[in-house]
Ligand binder design. Structure first.
Ligand code: NQM
Length: 359
């Protein structure tokens, strides 16, 4: 496909609990500044309603995936994730998105970048943001992507086909190392925190240390301006300690507040992206939090209820639970992540041409 006079080929997909616009890299300008300016106009940013664009007026639906063939043999395709601001005219490549990732393999098959298998297709995806590798496996009966299935994920109504995601090399995705401060635990503003990055830079703190139970609804959390100020203060200091610099306007680090699980999982969480409460939790955010909890001495380790070995780790959140598998070598110093995996679903919502605002 090639761009029409002023339109750009685009597929709108739900990936996990997020939604975004998927593009072939060749359909967007090569120059990153020009590309970002175009994406702002496509999404309708800056505007809290994104009324003149296809963004969904929320960070979880103001996302972009840029996909291309991999020039290297270790992957089939490359996936660049871009978080497009809603109110602010920002486009950031500072973080990954494991939710949008769920749609990337199917998109690559739909666009002919990858040949589909007869039953399932396995696509090796280079996640450009963090230079790490993900493998997505999803059904393609008869060589066609089948989005329908019986897999349910918390936060998405109904069921769809499972997309199995397997990660390697996610440690230090944005910060360069799993424990970027050099410590399993630090103290910021008088409370214990674990600053960690296994695919997503996250500050983990105990909910009770911030004066909440950790079981509040996202709306209750959003209404708590004192909590918001405390989280911003925590992440501004943590950002510097994690080597991210001034994170005032950056999407990372996220903050996850933990409390004992109430539904048979490992832990209960409330996550802020970076200040707005998440209705659930991001994919790599959950992988990172689960990794933290496995570390002796980390904040939340003592609150966690560990399941039998070989059983997925249930990360409970405001609208359900996300199960992740982590293979961690805790005998190594510092601990080394061998791999992690989880199941998502994705769905093609719309395929066509998007017409960006011209001014
Ligand atoms: O952590 C939200 C989401 C995400 C990112 C965020 C994600 C991930 O729920 O891999 O998926 O943390 O901004 O899509």
């Amino acid at each position: 496909m090639s761009p029409t006079s002023n339109g750009v080929p685009c597929m709108l997909m739900r990936g996990g609990t997020s939604k975004g616009a998927y593009f072939l890299a060749e359909d967007l300008p090569d120059d990153p500044d020009e590309r970002d300016r175009l994406l702002l106009r496509i999404m309708g940013t800056p505007d809290p309603r994104q009324i003149d664009g296809i963004g969904g007026a929320h960070p979880l639906s103001s996302k972009v995936a840029v996909v291309s063939r991999s020039p290297k043999a270790d992957a089939d395709i490359r996936y660049l994730f871009l978080q497009v601001g809603v109110e602010a005219a920002t486009v950031s490549d500072q973080q990954n998105c494991g939710n949008l990732l769920a749609g990337v393999g199917p998109f690559a098959v739909e666009r002919g970048l990858v040949a589909a298998g007869d039953q399932d297709t396995r696509v090796r995806i280079r996640m450009v943001n963090s230079d790490s590798l993900a493998t997505a496996t999803f059904p393609t009966p008869g060589g066609v992507v089948d989005y329908s299935g019986d897999t349910a994920i918390s936060g998405v109504p109904g069921t769809a086909a499972a997309v199995l995601l397997d990660f390697a090399g996610t440690e230090g995705s944005a910060c360069g190392s799993l424990l970027p401060t050099g410590n399993v635990r630090d103290e910021i503003d008088g409370i214990g925190v674990t600053c960690i990055d296994n695919g997503m830079p996250v500050v983990v703190a105990a909910a009770r240390d911030l004066g909440i139970t950790g079981y509040e609804t996202p709306a209750e959390l959003a209404a708590d301006s004192r909590l918001r100020d405390r989280i911003q203060s925590l992440r501004l200091t943590a950002g510097k300690l994690m080597g991210l610099g001034d994170v005032t306007d950056a999407p990372v680090p996220k903050t996850t507040l933990v409390a004992p699980a109430r539904d048979g999982g490992l832990i209960s969480t409330r996550t802020f992206i970076p200040l707005r409460p998440h209705d659930s939790i991001g994919v790599l955010g959950a992988v990172t939090v689960a990794t933290a909890l496995l570390l002796d001495g980390a904040v939340g380790h003592g609150l966690a209820r560990f399941p039998r070995p070989g059983t997925p780790l249930g990360i409970e959140h405001a609208t359900g639970r996300l199960d992740v598998d982590i293979d961690l070598d805790t005998a190594a110093a510092p601990p080394r992540v061998r791999r992690s995996s989880l199941v998502r679903t994705a769905r093609k919502l719309f395929d066509g041409t998007v017409y960006p605002r011209t001014s």
